[in-house]
Design a protein around this ligand. Sequence first.
Ligand SMILES: Nc1ncnc2c1ncn2[C@@H]1O[C@H](COP(=O)(O)OP(=O)(O)OP(=O)(O)O)[C@@H](O)[C@H]1O
Ligand SMILES: [Mg+2]
Length: 388
Amino acid sequence: MGMALPARGGSIFKEGGIERLSIDYVPERLPHRESELRRIVEAFKPFLGHPHAWRRILIHGPTGTGKTVTAKKAGEILSKISRDMGVRFKYAHVNCRFERSAFGLVQGIIRQAIPGLPLRGYGPAEYLRALFGHLEDNDEVLLLTLDEADRLIGGLGDDLLYALTRASEAAEVPQRISIILIARDANFLGRLRPQVLSKIRPDEALDFKPYGRSEIFDILSDRVEGAFRAGSVSAEAIWFISKNASALGGGDARYAIQLLLAAGLMADRDGSPRILPEHVREAQERMDPRIDREDLLGLSREERDALLAVARALRAMGEAFYAPIEAVWGYYRVVCEGRGAEPIGRDSFEAILGRLRALGIVDIEEGAGISLPLMRARALEEFLEAGS
Ligand SMILES: Nc1ncnc2c1ncn2[C@@H]1O[C@H](COP(=O)(O)OP(=O)(O)OP(=O)(O)O)[C@@H](O)[C@H]1O
Ligand SMILES: [Mg+2]
């Protein structure tokens, strides 16, 4: 860490690094979702090679908590296990938000479950019959994830779920299709018709909670290793991004990864060999702006002076994300001197910093000092200088 690598003509991203930060990428490991992943894999193991032993699992939780990626990872692991066991298994993953009709969804399922089947001239019922026939003929089982299943409401959704459970078939055929339902809101099950719910009711429901700051730190650290050249992203930068993602992004890992990617692109744009604090702040400004100039104009004289001191202290700190309060205090006194104004006392000064923190404009980190989470120190300094 901290080794300077020249980015001469290059990039701080590794080859293929940007792809490893893309939304759909399924990483090698899923820190802090290991136990959930194990539970899902264990739940479906008995289903491999036993087409009667179908199961239903519900994964629910807010955005960016790893629902989609964990289901996909479980599919990968189960595919490998079934290959080792010599049994036929397929994993299919469809997103109910992207498909406006049950027909589109069925096509999506078929495309993954029977890649060779020509997709013409069939209605949804024929497609499903073809799917059941294919599974039967090949002695195969299918694990189907219906992602964002809470978008699948109303008659069509109910009918599709009902048809997938083969409930309409009189004969005692094995089910052969297990289901993972993913939803932000677990209550959507209550909106299903009772006879559908009774067929699809989950055996197990997993509640994915928002990530905390240190969990996001671990997730990002993994991604940094895969996506960036060594030494280009400090632990301090990852820790800083993690705080924004947990405080502003509500514990959403996608928010964190997008912020990291955006900051990396800013560093590349500037030809910098490392992600600097100003890159993260600029990425934050662009991705999720939380304050505007108007907000700053509403601050008192003392607050603006204190903020100017924060900006100058941070600019002087260079690559450090935080400036010691002591240094900020020093800059504040210089600001006052420059205007020929009497500085307020140290206690009042800290009270003002506390207020700026409550407004979210500055961040105070125990032991590290004070920082600007939302906007570039340079832009803030210029703005405040112009307004004074
Ligand atoms: N534990 C984790 N380890 C590594 N990456 C993760 C982890 N959790 C989430 N991610 C990554 O964060 C991003 C968001 O995760 P995912 O898409 O699974 O969220 P989600 O819960 O499905 O959100 P939504 O409800 O918005 O669909 C993805 O890029 C995913 O790879
Ligand atoms: Mg998702």
